[in-house]
Write a protein that binds this ligand. Structure first.
Ligand code: IPM
Ligand code: MG
Length: 360
């Protein structure tokens, strides 16, 4: 049956990188038998401009009808003064919540070709392969009450609420254990149970769920230590599971281990495997429109889409191999450029991946 892929380029470099990923999808359709229909929509600032809302009704309908979604990035300086509810980021949080995409998979894999691009010593990061499982629809990002209020003394106070229900912890824990089962069977749950009650519950529920996965070696780490260990000795980790905000922070750190934030794809899945796929980096308005952005994280997000939502793991392997091939050939966008390699533009990188796919 024809699968519906909704493409949401968003803002800034989102448009450029998604265009390259769409080239890849089109080749998979034309030459590799992928049975898919691509529909384009708006989100973030682009949606605010077109429809007056960062996650408008029309996008909501497209998103609910899609089998999988490919998203670029949202955000731009021109939207910074909008009321909070209309800002581009709210579009992203809105679609995650609307589709209940609670399980966010952020793999950090160091491509051997890029060991020199990492700011860490090559031996610390060589062959790195970790998976961060981030809870994506709860925690402090969504907790109520939230706001900025006036105190009696005339001072203002900002407040947010970090809440997790047992059921929310339970389902993300299952998600993480299931992923660990398919990998090296080691799971590290990251919390702050020494200070926060909500994390005490997190710890307890993850421990309980762990009883159902006796083959997985479960450990727990406080988030401050986890941040340190990630930079000190990242290869000690296989799968990490954590809440929304800790996962946001740790996954940016993990990204840099791989040399560039432009290299990390992600999948955000609901309970049935429907998913949204996006690079973990932002819209980078400072380099937008100049052909400087690295499209590989978005192209690898297509790989994850093929694997997790479209049941096409063979094609996913081909996409990953094509990315590998262009890196091996020495092609680099500016973020991963080192002496002795060839600097290419966003579009040249996309074209090279397409060529490698067809040559394989
Ligand atoms: C991410 C981003 C988003 C987040 C922003 C843009 C809302 O940083 O996907 O990591 O904080 O989740
Ligand atoms: Mg982030």
């Amino acid at each position: 049956m024809t699968k519906k892929i909704l493409v949401l380029p968003g803002d800034g470099i989102g448009k450029e990188i998604v265009a390259e990923a769409v080239k890849v999808i089109n080749v998979l359709k034309a030459d590799f038998g992928l049975d898919a229909e691509v529909v384009e929509g708006v989100i973030g600032g682009a949606a605010y401009d077109a429809e007056g809302h960062p996650y408008p009704e029309v996008t909501q309908q497209q998103a609910r009808a899609a089998d999988a979604i490919l998203l670029g990035a949202v955000g731009g300086y021109e939207y910074d003064d909008l009321p909070r509810d209309l800002r581009p980021e709210r579009g992203l949080l809105g679609i995650r919540a609307d589709l209940e995409l609670f399980s966010n998979l952020r793999p950090a894999i160091l491509n051997a070709e890029l060991a020199d691009a990492s700011s860490l010593k090559p031996e610390v990061v060589a062959d790195l392969d970790i998976m961060i499982v981030r809870e994506l629809t709860g925690g402090i990002y969504f907790g109520e009450p939230r706001g900025i209020r006036n105190l009696e003394n005339g001072e203002r106070q900002g407040y947010n609420t970090l809440v997790y229900k047992e059921s929310e912890i339970d389902r993300i824990a299952h998600s993480a254990f299931q992923i660990a089962m398919k990998r090296d069977k080691r799971l590290c749950s990251v919390d702050k149970a020494n200070v926060l009650e909500v994390m005490e519950l997190w710890h307890e529920v993850v421990e309980r769920v762990g009883k159902e996965y006796p083959e997985v070696e479960l450990s727990h780490m406080y988030v401050d230590n986890a941040a340190m260990q990630l930079v000190k000795d990242p290869k000690q980790f296989d799968v990490m599971v954590t809440g929304n905000m800790f996962g946001d922070i740790l996954s940016d750190a993990a990204a840099m281990l791989t040399g560039s934030i432009g290299m990390l794809p992600s999948a955000s899945l609901d309970a049935n495997g429907k998913g949204m796929y996006e690079p973990i980096h932002g819209s980078a308005p400072d380099i937008a429109g100049q052909g400087l952005a690295n499209p590989l994280a978005t192209i690898m997000s297509v790989g994850m889409m093929l694997r997790y939502s479209l049941d096409q793991s063979e094609l996913a392997g081909k996409v990953d191999a094509a990315v590998e091939a262009v890196l091996k050939a020495g092609l680099r966008t500016q973020d991963i450029y080192v002496d002795g390699t060839s600097k290419v533009s966003t579009a040249e990188m996309g074209d090279a991946v397409v060529k490698a796919l067809l040559a394989a």
